[in-house]
Design a protein around this ligand. Structure first.
Ligand code: ADP
Length: 669
């Protein structure tokens, strides 16, 4: 059997799963948005920073260009250059060089030959025509830009410059392989201006420069402008690259020193220095991740000679992001817990009525009825409860109907059983009657033959016995024996007569007879047959008794037999009661003959109508057989029972019709 999965759990799951999916989606989307927002914000910031750094760099160049331009325009400078006056230039250029923190400040004549070097006065007269700044200034152009100055020229421009320009390469992870090139070349911010005489002719030129190698002034200024003047702790970093090499930076090595001598990555190099494009992105700079931006620094001729870098460390953003992430996760977690609680409450609330219904269903199944179902839900569950209530009511009703039907059925079965028993009893009676009728017929035939054969010898015995009696003297002692013979012959004659009567019953002579009349006749004549001494006769006649079509003689014999038997049953006297009754519904007349004798022994009751059954010493046992035959021939019935008030009760029922009104009143005694 599959495992039970309660509806409460299902409801909880049904609310929790979408909630978890929604919360998980929220979390994922939130974290994604947070990441991308942080990244976008950081990238935007670093872009702005790069623009600002670029402006700072441009500003420095502009300042340098203005310095050179104003110096070149000063009359003292013009005069000194026109005259090739080194003394005068020595008074002008070195103070400016020191004051403005320049590394190169040199004047050349119209032919490009150095007149005076502010940074290295002893070296002069060499030609600077190959210097593109000088060449273009002598052509009348005022210009500024970056330049890569080889060691030899640096040495010429200033005694210290060659030493200051040396950069020791440091091993850098992710950097491109080092190139074999002199690392002592210097990147210089350079400006040059023509010197014109009063006529406007170019009589010479001035050029000035600031060596950027190991010179962190510019990068620190950029850092200060962009990230505040917190010095070491300022969050952002900036760098100037010569080629791929850091020559000035405030990016720090793990030991706290500036990371001068480390290099940019291959990827950045390819994009910035080879393709002259800006590069933005996350970069692992020296020993940490930075949101970084690089742009190429171009030479006068537009060739990338280095790069300007600004970066903001990723760590604060990551920390902020983590904090936000934790906060967000916390909020979602609290939301989830709240959701769990609400889901638990909701599912419990929803499942409660279902549980109640389940309990009620169990009670109904166990046989309880008339339960009160109170489910207040106004929804499908409420509907279900109402339907359930209606169903239990219908069930109760149907059960009652079934019980009623059962009762009816049982009643019908009982009635039917009684009917069947009655029919069985009737069948038994009918069978007994049939048997009796057949027996009567057989006995009748036999009796007729025997009686016929006995009659002749009996007549001879009777005649001879009478002759013998007449011939014997009156005092003969044999007269007594002859008298006995005569009496016994009389008895045999009675038996034979009874047998003949029994066997040779006459054809019925049907007349309209009056039962009361017949009963009165029999009552009057019975005294000849039996003794009625001490016997009281009572009559309870039904005056509504109609006449009936019957053989009067046979009925007289019938009632004579019954009354004689009753009288014989009361040798010491008693009451003989005759009763008649008419039943219109069945159109039958009933006559009962009741005595107060000893009654009939129960085991004799079924045999008294059999021929020759007698309990009397002188009886023939044919009286009731003959009576039975008469009643049956008239389509009636005769029964014998014991009278509740002692004695026997014989009931004769004969069919009688109301066709002729009875005139019994006249016949009553
Ligand atoms: P008999 O009178 O010759 O005996 P019946 O056929 O008339 O023959 O009666 C048969 C038997 O039925 C009687 O011997 C008697 O035992 C019984 N009997 C008939 N009528 C009565 C009665 N009224 N009271 C008691 N027993 C009776």
């Amino acid at each position: 059997m599959p495992r039970r999965f309660p509806i409460k759990a299902k409801l909880a799951l049904a609310t929790l799963i979408p909630m978890f999916v929604a919360i998980a989606s929220c979390w994922l989307v939130g974290v994604f948005i947070l990441n991308s927002r942080v990244a976008t914000e950081a990238q935007g910031k670093v872009r702005n920073n790069l623009n600002a750094a670029h402006e700072s760099y441009r500003h420095e160049l502009e300042t340098l260009r203005n310095l050179v331009r104003f110096t070149a325009a000063a009359p003292s400078t013009i005069r000194a250059v026109e005259n090739g006056d080194r003394e005068a230039l020595a008074a002008i250029l070195p103070p400016l060089l020191r004051g403005e923190r320049l590394d190169i400040f040199t004047a050349v004549d119209a032919g490009g030959a150095v007149i005076f070097r502010g940074g290295n006065p002893p070296v002069y007269a060499d030609s600077q025509l190959k210097n593109p700044f000088v060449a273009r200034a002598l052509a009348g152009e005022l210009l500024a830009g970056a330049d890569v100055v080889p060691l030899r020229r640096l040495t010429a421009e200033g005694k210290e410059l060659a030493r200051r320009s040396v950069i020791t390469r440091l091993p850098t992870p992710h950097a491109r392989p080092a190139r074999e090139e002199p690392d002592s070349s210097g990147m210089v911010m350079m400006a040059a201006a023509p010197i014109r005489d009063t006529a406007g002719n170019v009589v010479g030129a001035l050029y000035a420069g600031v060596l950027l190698n190991n010179n962190n002034l510019l990068v620190d200024r950029i850092q200060e402008i962009l990230f505040g003047n917190d010095g070491e702790n300022a969050s952002g970093r900036s760098t100037i690259f010569l080629g791929d090499l850091r020559i000035a930076t405030n990016v720090k090595l793990p030991d706290g020193k500036r990371a001068i001598g480390t290099r940019m990555s291959e990827e950045v190099y390819a994009q910035v220095l080879l393709r002259r494009e800006k590069w933005f992105g996350r970069a692992f700079v020296v020993n940490d991740w930075f949101f970084s931006a690089y742009e190429p620094i171009l030479s006068l001729t537009g060739i990338p000679i280095g790069a300007l870098y600004v970066g903001i460390p990723e760590r604060p953003y990551t920390v902020g992001k983590l904090r936000m992430g934790f906060l967000y996760s916390g909020v979602l977690l609290i939301g989830t817990l709240l959701g769990l609680a609400v889901s638990h409450l909701l599912s419990a609330r929803l499942a409660a009525p279902i549980g109640e219904l389940e309990r009620l269903a169990r009670r109904v199944a166990a046989g309880e009825r008339g339960l009160r179902i109170e489910v207040p839900s106004r929804d499908e569950i409420g509907d279900l409860a109402m339907e359930f209530s209606a169903m239990t009511k219908a069930l109760t009703r149907q059960e009652e109907e079934i019980r009623d039907l059962n009762r009816e059925l049982e009643q019908k079965v009982r009635e039917r059983t009684v009917e069947l028993e009655e029919q069985g009893r009737q069948l038994l009676v009918t069978r007994e009657e049939l048997f009796r009728v057949e027996k009567l017929a057989a006995v009748g035939e036999l009796a007729a033959g025997v009686a016929h054969e006995i009659n002749n010898p009996l007549a001879i015995i009777r005649g001879n016995a009478e002759l013998l009696e007449m011939e014997l003297p009156l005092d003969s002692p044999s007269r007594e024996e002859v008298a006995i013979i005569n009496r016994q012959v009389g008895r045999v004659e009675r038996i034979v007569s009874g047998l003949l009567h029994f066997a040779r019953r006459k054809e019925r002579q049907l007349d309209r007879v009056d039962l009361h009349q017949i009963l009165n006749d029999v009552q009057g004549s019975i005294g000849h047959q039996v003794s009625l001494d001490g016997i009281t006769l009572e009559k309870e006649y039904d005056l509504a008794l109609p006449g009936l079509d019957a053989d009067g003689d046979q009925l007289r014999q019938l009632f004579a037999n019954l009354m004689a038997n009753a009288a014989q049953a009361m040798p010491d006297g008693g009451t003989l009661t005759l009763t008649t009754r008419f039943t219109p519904t069945t159109e039958s007349c009933t006559v009962t003959i009741a005595d107060t004798g000893n009654g009939i022994a129960p085991d004799h009751l079924s045999r008294i109508f059999n021929p020759f059954f007698t309990t009397k010493g002188s009886g023939t046992g044919l009286g009731l057989s003959i009576s039975y035959g008469i009643v049956r021939e008239h389509g009636g019935s005769i029964t014998a029972t014991n009278n509740p008030g002692d004695g026997a009760l014989f009931t004769v029922t004969l069919p009688c019709k109301m066709s002729t009104p009875p005139d019994s009143l006249a016949l009553l005694d």
